[in-house]
Design a protein around this ligand. Structure first.
Ligand code: AHR
Length: 509
């Protein structure tokens, strides 16, 4: 007897899920850039021009669509001219946000664009409003994207790059309410309009400008940014000439508070359910900010860009507290699957999302050993791998019938099931998260509207929620074939183990 029925109309596609929802984030923070992406030409770790090739291959395999750089908080301290030209001549700076270490600027604009080209990913450059000038930002995009003999294009050529690059995404500041300048919303909204004006469209590069948005439930911040851009007139909301086309949102999941965020691998069932509740809160946030945006922009021309999200735990014992290095367990993978269901459900507003961060920082895809260089793919990585089929697919509504099991955390209801679906190119992909720590779940997939000619199911699970991968046990949490899929008069019946993420791929006639 099934616990739930999930009705999916395979012939009624909804809004398209942008592949950019599966975007990434690389900051000059701890071992994300140095030791993560970039080891230098002289390293024993196989590299091309200093960039780790195993990291590139792993990210290409999950079709990384874009990479945000250089921060984060670091972005508003970063002066791009310090990171071009011969490495030996590049000035140093203090990375005051992250460990107070000296940054030698050996990874700069050319190295980042080289990395993006190796990855086949679009560049998302986060420009400095907090401590940078309008001129700096204007010259940076000219340097990157202009083809002729303009001053910045000439400088780029002198530094070895003839052709301009494409930079489709441009951030205007970061967390301007905090590390990016401690500004008020009104003050920042004016700066975003000003700086955005000078992020010019050279050579039809046509950048999508993203104004630094709200922290979590600061709906007033979003309202101020929407008022500010709406004042320019509805028709110009998404025009290339508008100062910004998107607004960001940052939200982190933790089981504790900012002072004691919780441990990455040692947690109780109660802490697990609190984590699930906090992850599910992203739905309230996306819907809340979306409602504010709808009031000014009912046609959804301005995009919501969740360009920092993920788990934030206490750092691993013995590591630098400023480096934000944490382990990544099956619990983290479920936090990711919950977020993706929300992003899919709101594909008409959420145009991009960037997990924080890609390598060795916070909810990473990849962890590298500082001593041996060994690379480990995390459980979160495997959710991205299982979800490749959702990229640029059309959403399918999943209507759930039956009593979804739930629990309580801090007096609030926590539903223990999450799902979403999409269709593309004669197939459909169904995502199913059984969030129950202890019990299996059987779901009937009531598949309507199109004939299903085949299916493949996979599951990501482990005996313990705290299971994680390490150099000694790299495959402790990896996807496996899900055998418990049976024909059912309505479609298929699937049994999903406790605390697991499953996908069912359907071939459609
Ligand atoms: O991702 C780590 C930090 O979190 C980023 O630098 C900042 O934007 C946020 O507070």
């Amino acid at each position: 007897m099934a616990d739930l029925t999930a009705v999916i109309d395979l012939d009624l596609p909804g809004p398209r899920i942008s592949r950019h929802v599966y975007g990434h984030f690389a900051e000059h923070l701890g071992r994300c850039i140095y030791g993560g992406f970039f080891v230098g030409e002289d390293s024993d770790v196989p590299n091309v021009r200093g960039i780790r090739q195993d990291v590139v291959e792993a990210l290409r395999a999950i079709r990384i669509p874009n990479l945000r750089w250089p921060g984060g908080c670091f972005a508003d301290d970063y002066h791009w001219r310090d990171g071009i030209g011969p490495r030996a001549d590049r000035p140093r700076m203090v990375n005051s946000h992250w460990g107070d270490v000296v940054e030698d600027n050996s990874f700069g604009t050319h190295e980042f664009m080289d990395l993006c080209e190796m990855l086949g990913a679009d560049a998302y450059i986060s420009g400095n409003i907090g401590s940078g000038t309008v001129r700096e930002m204007s010259e940076w995009i000219e340097y990157l994207t202009r083809a002729d003999d303009s001053p910045m294009a000439t400088l780029r050529r002198a530094n070895g790059r003839d052709e301009p690059w494409r930079v489709p995404f441009w951030g205007l500041g970061n967390e301007a309410w905090g590390c990016g300048g401690n500004m008020t919303a009104e003050f920042f909204a004016n700066l975003a309009r000003q700086y955005g004006t000078y992020v010019r469209n050279h050579n039809d590069n046509d950048p999508y400008r993203i104004a630094a948005g709200a922290n979590a439930d600061d709906y007033a911040w979003t309202e101020t940014l929407m008022q500010s851009v709406a004042r320019l007139g509805g028709d110009r909301l998404q025009a290339p000439g508008a100062p910004y086309q998107g607004i960001s949102l940052h939200y982190y999941t933790m089981s504790g508070d900012w002072a004691d965020k919780g441990d990455a691998t040692q947690f109780s069932t109660e802490e697990y359910y609190r984590t699930v509740r906090k992850a599910q809160h992203v739905r309230t946030l996306v819907e809340g900010h979306g409602a504010v945006m709808d009031a000014y922009d009912p046609d959804k021309k301005v995009g919501l860009v969740v360009d920092e999200w993920g788990t934030w735990w206490n750092v691993e014992p013995g590591t630098n507290p400023g480096f934000l290095y944490q382990q990544n367990t099956l619990r983290d993978a479920l936090v990711a699957s919950i977020h993706f269901d929300v992003f899919h459900d709101h594909a008409d507003r959420v145009v991009m999302a960037n997990i924080a961060q890609t390598v060795n920082v916070l909810q990473a895809m990849i962890l590298t050993d500082p001593d041996t260089g060994a690379l480990v793919l995390t459980p979160t990585y495997h959710v991205y791998a299982m979800n490749v089929g959702h990229q640029d697919a059309d959403t399918l509504r999943v209507t759930v019938h039956g009593d979804v099991r739930d629990t309580e955390s801090d007096g609030r209801r926590v539903p223990l099931f999450s799902a979403s679906a999409s269709t593309k190119d004669g197939s459909a992909l169904v995502s199913l998260s059984n969030l129950d720590a202890d019990a299996d779940l059987t779901v009937v997939l009531d598949l309507r509207g199109r004939e299903v000619t085949g299916h493949r199911a996979r599951v990501l699970t482990a005996p313990e929620l705290a299971a994680h991968n390490s150099p000694e046990a790299p495959d402790a949490v990896v996807p496996a074939a899900l055998e418990a899929v049976r024909p059912h008069p309505a479609g298929l019946e699937v049994t999903i183990p406790a605390h697991s993420y499953a996908t069912v791929e359907l071939d459609l006639a």
